[in-house]
Design a protein around this ligand. Structure first.
Ligand SMILES: Nc1nc2c(c(=O)[nH]1)N[C@H]1C(S)=C(S)[C@@H](COP(=O)(O)OP(=O)(O)OC[C@H]3O[C@@H](n4cnc5c(=O)[nH]c(N)nc54)[C@H](O)[C@@H]3O)O[C@H]1N2
Ligand SMILES: Nc1nc2c(c(=O)[nH]1)N[C@H]1C(S)=C(S)[C@@H](COP(=O)(O)OP(=O)(O)OC[C@H]3O[C@@H](n4cnc5c(=O)[nH]c(N)nc54)[C@H](O)[C@@H]3O)O[C@H]1N2
Ligand SMILES: [Mo]
Length: 766
């Protein structure tokens, strides 16, 4: 199925393509942040807002989950953090009049960029059955609509409750409590499409689904591998940490199909040398790997480590650590020694010599950190790949000691905290027991639907009510047209949101938009200003306090919306939980979190200390591994080599420098040389030639999957680009139409957004 590109997405007359940049940040980053801030907020508001990002008395940047350093710079934000803030603190407004003027169909025709540019949502809105547009509704009536629909379901499992990773700990905790009291574990979240593969692999191997390093470990490392991650765009503050580590003598290897600007050189805009000088060279070595080749690369390293130990017994592996703390070494080693070099070279696309040279860096390093993000998690064999990273670090005792460890770099600013608070479709029995004991009920034990399963269930009529706490499900999910049809068949869709997006336009037979406060805004209750808390990528919990006046006086906080939903929907069951008290004073929620979730003792006091507190992490803190064996598990994983038919390419879908997931800030991707357009396809020049194409040609990208369905993304401009042969890249969410719903990672069920088999069909010149 195909649909034409939205009118504002030029296919594209204004598009300009220049050479990619070889450095990140610097002066252009400062100019770009100020330009975005100024357009959305005006001068005075910009200054006030930007100066309180990530300050101890300010709000947590709604951008990424990278931790705050102990010594904060006065301007502890980055270009893309500034854009995230500007997007939320914008002075533009979406009013009831706007909805009166635009039908749902008209909105659905618009691009994600245009929708986001309309500004902040201001009033609760309702789309009644049969109506072609939303109209204003009171908060009370809105909650009654939801309560009525939930009550008419045959089973609580006919509703699904999505969460995006910006929700605070307090909102997430009351949300999952409401959902479980209602009677289901259908709590899909953005993690299912993001770091689920990391969680799956880590729980199994080290016993906890979180990374094992703190910022100080990065500073102390001898070697940092940055694998499948583009920090220059997606975690810009990580560049300062890498810079600091390098100053202390660390080497950095980046493993990526693309020579990403941030990984090459960094001009720190917070220091004078970064503004005028050539910047710091960040990567000592760049392994330009084929898409999906990382499992093979780590298998190669593991085989070479075992062989080096054979040559110099006792000098390479950490045998004491292996004996005392791990399980399954023998079986792993036997298989690892058999790793096949031909397969490794084919899968990685790297010359043997480059792997050898990188291995010398590995051998020379006492302390190694491996960082990764979506380049590792969104493939069919992502879980085995991350297990292989764990094997690699376990071999030399690189887990649970300073300067070393596993560092999955999270996406959304509180996605890790939401999981800690129980946003999980497969909750741990121990969590459910504690929750049930605290609130006097028996939570449902059977597993719920993840994101992909929720789409299938809506498509098949098994889920009839869909509620989203933030996010933009329809644009973030795979197989866009199928997901759209699935949502439209629901009896009711509910979006708790700050900004207009596609998920409001693609609505169920009835639909609600419930507008909420954002991070930047003051949350004033009669009992006083309320604070929320978040957990960063390294397990630090800290406060976030908004300062700006709310975008509209009608907005409610996420916590208030959820508590009122719960009261309306649960009726008598609601008396078990003091929803009104929770809504009035979030300290009362934190008291309960403390009693249900391990690691939160004395929560209210400790989170008010400067910088917050660290959650316990047994592998990191005491080399204790709470796995099924009670030890860190080596694993045996057969190698998956991505092979594609003749004439086909593997497509990865990724972020431009001007977007936050489905929120499009602008139409430039400065570091990759793209200006004023997004429908571009990066292809190796020789692959272009092999397809009889030239740089700048217009093509349809067609995905091929075993279900035989033709999925087509029309009208992309080809851009000759330094990506490995056989691999290409384009931006999401435009390319989500190409990701088959059933193409998911083993174990984690994450859509394979970084490996889609495609063919290109050239279009006649326009
Ligand atoms: N400004 C901004 N910040 C963000 C976001 C945003 O959209 N904008 N999103 C947030 C979220 S939710 C997340 S999850 C993170 C995402 O952060 P990233 O994971 O950095 O995001 P992607 O753009 O998906 O980039 C994937 C990177 O992995 C590389 N890659 C792709 N496939 C492979 C592979 O098979 N092997 C290797 N070695 N590399 C590969 C790509 O070339 C690219 O550099 O960022 C968070 N921060
Ligand atoms: N093809 C492809 N698809 C992908 C990916 C990919 O790399 N390729 N990446 C995946 C990843 S890593 C992720 S995390 C998902 C992201 O999926 P989501 O988290 O669902 O998507 P976002 O674009 O981050 O959601 C943006 C919307 O969140 C709302 N919002 C913003 N701030 C707040 C807030 O404070 N409160 C509330 N209630 N709402 C708020 C706004 O209305 C905004 O429009 O997408 C996934 N989809
Ligand atoms: Mo993510």
């Amino acid at each position: 199925m195909t649909r034409k590109a939205p009118a504002e997405d030029p296919g594209d007359s204004r598009l300009r393509v220049g050479p990619p940049k070889d450095y990140a940040a610097g002066i252009p980053a400062v100019t770009s942040s100020l330009r975005h801030a100024h357009t959305q907020m005006g001068a005075r508001r910009s200054l006030l807002t930007l100066l309180s990002v990530n300050q101890k008395e300010g709000f947590d940047c709604p951008g990424c989950a990278w931790p705050e350093p102990e010594h904060r710079h006065r301007a502890e934000f980055c270009e893309n953090g500034a854009k995230a803030v500007a997007e939320e603190a914008t002075v533009r407004r979406v009013t009831p009049e706007f909805f009166a003027e635009h039908t749902l169909d008209a909105l659905a025709e618009r691009s994600d960029y245009w929708l986001g540019q309309q500004g902040r949502l201001t009033r609760p809105m309702y789309r009644p059955v049969g109506s072609d547009r939303y109209r204003e509704i009171s908060w009370d009536d809105a909650f009654q609509v939801l309560a009525r629909e939930l009550r008419t379901l045959d089973s609580p499992d006919q509703a699904a409750f999505y969460t995006s990773g910006r929700a605070s700990n307090e909102a997430a905790f009351v949300y999952q409590l409401f959902v479980r009291l209602f009677g289901t574990n259908n709590l899909p979240d953005c993690s299912n499409m993001c770091h689920e593969s990391s969680g799956s692999a880590l729980v199994e191997t080290i016993g906890i689904g979180k990374g094992s390093v703190r910022l100080e470990d990065l500073y102390e490392a001898d070697l940092i591998l940055v694998v499948g991650q583009n920090p220059g765009t997606n975690h810009p503050r990580m560049l300062s940490a890498l810079e600091k580590a390098k100053k202390r003598g660390a080497r950095v290897i980046s493993v990526n199909p693309l020579p990403e600007a941030g990984l090459l050189r960094f001009k720190n805009p917070q220091r004078p040398s970064g503004v005028v000088g050539g910047g710091t060279r960040l990567s000592d070595r760049f392994l330009q790997i084929r898409l999906g080749g990382d499992q093979a690369l780590f298998q190669a390293f593991n085989r070479m480590l075992l062989e080096a130990e054979d040559d110099a017994p006792g000098a390479v592996l950490d045998s004491d650590f292996i004996a005392a703390h791990t399980h399954g070494f023998e079986a792993f080693a036997e298989q690892a020694r058999k790793a096949c070099w031909d397969d490794i070279l084919e899968a990685t696309g790297l010359p043997a010599q480059e792997i050898e040279e990188a291995f010398q860096d590995v051998l020379a390093a006492e302390k190694i950190v491996v960082c990764w993000a979506m380049g590792l998690t969104q493939h069919r064999h992502s879980v085995p790949t991350i297990r292989e990273v764990v094997n690699f670090l376990l071999l030399r005792g690189n887990v649970g000691r300073p300067g070393a460890g596993l560092c999955p770099v999270r996406g959304h600013s509180n996605v890790q905290g939401d999981r800690t608070m129980g946003i999980h479709e497969k909750p741990e029995p121990s969590f459910l027991d504690a929750l049930g004991a605290e609130f006097g009920f028996v939570p449902p034990a059977h597993h719920g639907h993840d994101a992909v399963e929720t789409i299938r269930a809506m498509r098949d009529g098994r889920v009839r009510v869909f509620v989203a706490l933030g996010g933009n499900f329809v644009a973030a999910a795979p197989d866009t047209y199928l997901t759209e049809r699935a949502l439209r068949t629901c009896d009711l869709t509910v979006q708790i949101s700050t900004k207009l997006n596609r998920s409001h336009a693609v609505a169920g037979r009835q639909a609600l938009i419930l507008p909420c406060l954002g991070r930047t805004e003051a949350d004033l209750r009669p009992t006083g200003p309320q604070l929320v808390t978040v957990e960063d990528s390294m397990g630090m919990v800290h406060l976030s306090r908004g300062r700006l006046a709310p975008a509209s006086e009608a907005l409610l906080s996420e916590v208030a919306i959820i508590c009122r939903m719960a009261r309306a929907a649960l009726g008598d069951d609601a008396v078990r939980v003091p929803w009104t008290e929770f809504e009035a004073d979030y300290d009362r929620i934190r008291d309960r979190i403390e009693r249900v979730v391990p690691g939160f003792a004395d929560f209210n006091a400790r989170v008010r200390e400067p910088g917050g507190f660290a959650l316990p992490h047994p592998p990191r803190d005491e080399r204790r591994f709470p796995t099924t064996t009670g030890l860190a598990n080596f694993t045996v994983n057969s190698l998956d080599v991505l092979r594609v038919p003749q004439g086909r390419l593997i497509l990865q879908t990724l972020r431009s420098h001007d977007q936050y997931n489905t929120t499009i800030y602008g139409l430039d991707d400065r570091y990759r040389g793209i200006h004023q357009g997004r429908r571009v396809l990066f292809v190796h020049p020789d692959d272009l030639a092999a397809h009889g194409l030239s740089d700048g040609d217009l093509v349809d990208v067609v995905s091929e999957f075993s279900d035989g369905v033709e999925r087509r993304a029309p009208s992309f401009r080809t851009v000759g680009y330094p990506t490995p042969r056989g691999c290409c890249a384009a931006y999401f969410p435009e390319t989500n139409v190409l990701v088959p719903l059933d193409s998911t990672a083993e174990v984690s069920n994450t859509p394979t957004s970084k490996s889609i088999v495609v063919r290109l069909e050239s279009k006649p010149a326009t």
